[in-house]
Design a protein around this ligand. Structure first.
Ligand code: NCD
Length: 304
């Protein structure tokens, strides 16, 4: 399987076989976390973050360092020529001669695709508006695989802001490669977009939509919780209506299966109480550590 020079734009561009190849390489990367490697010596990655990030940006940096490569870029577009009015296309035309691959996170849907049209080096989508976050979906799938030993046969609840969240859409499309039952848990105002539901049902996925977690908690093998995306609401008063809608705590998980795992792409802002952290269900910090392995795998595949 040849990934060299490939863009990572959408989780939908990856087949199950390709995802499984990435997961195999991600597991192989574990040994290099301790020992390091010079696999990407002389390679440079550019990280262009037009939106805040902690895990995604720093795990790409760490992945590059662990494999012997170097990183340049910005995490505050106000300190780049963007602030002087430079277009994204011009920025890309310049950066492509400084780096071997470019990671971009942007507020506007379509901007990462536009960058890929103009770039001569591979572009990795690190989150584009409300639409997609493919490397997050890969690490979410990898986390499920590693923590449950399988993805097939599971009932997966995806909860929170299904309307404005991008991780939930990419994850749902990623899960559609497997034999899973999907349960979407969200208040009426934050339900999954209709076009995504249609795509999933075309792929033969049976989907349940509920607004109350208590109704379904005992059926779930995986509960994927997300933050309500305050910054993406066009009207702040709409956010006020759903703010704090979910607060998962030990009590909420009382009727859960013994081996339910709780995931979250992070950051959390109150939707999972810290009293869950010490339960056997909590896997969200472990999940973020899998992000490093998956990003090491992707960089080694694309840049080698
Ligand atoms: C997510 C994102 O940026 O979409 N963060 C991440 O990459 N782990 C989730 C979020 O911001 O809620």
């Amino acid at each position: 399987m040849d990934f060299s020079g490939r863009n990572i734009m959408s989780i939908q561009d990856f087949s199950r076989d390709e995802l499984e190849h990435i997961f195999k390489i991600a597991s192989d990367m574990e040994k290099f976390v301790k020992t390091g490697s010079d696999m990407l010596k002389n390679k440079i990655l550019a990280n262009l973050f037009f939106e805040p990030s902690t895990r995604t940006r720093l795990s790409f940096v760490s992945a590059m360092y662990r494999l012997g490569g170097k990183v340049l870029g910005f995490d505050d577009p106000k300190m780049s020529s963007r602030a002087k009015g430079e277009t994204l296309v011009d920025t890309i035309r310049v950066i492509e001669s400084y780096a071997d691959a470019i990671v971009i996170r942007h507020t506007i849907e379509g901007s990462v695709t536009l960058a890929a049209e103009y770039s001569n080096v591979p572009i990795i989508n690190a989150g584009s508006g409300t639409l997609g976050h493919p490397t997050q979906a890969m690490l979410d799938l990898f986390a499920i695989l590693r923590e449950k030993n399988t993805i097939d046969g599971l009932t997966v609840g995806i909860l929170g802001d299904l309307k404005y969240g991008r991780t939930v859409k990419s994850l749902a499309y990623g899960l559609a490669n497997y034999d899973v039952q999907l349960v979407f848990v969200a208040p009426e105002q934050l339900r999954m977009r209709r076009d995504v539901l249609e795509d999933l049902s075309e792929e033969g996925k049976s989907i349940r939509e509920v607004s109350d977690l208590d109704e379904v908690i005992s059926d779930l093998d995986v509960l994927y919780v997300t933050r309500i995306q305050e910054e993406r609401f066009p009207d702040p008063s709409e956010y006020e209506k759903v703010k704090g809608y979910f607060r998962i705590n030990r009590r909420t998980l009382k009727s859960a299966k013994d081996d339910l795992i709780v995931l979250h792409p992070l950051p959390r802002v109150g939707e999972i109480s810290t009293d869950v952290d010490s339960t056997k269900h909590a896997r969200y910090f472990k999940q973020s550590s899998y992000g490093l392995l998956v990003r090491m795998a992707l960089l080694s595949l694309i840049l080698s």
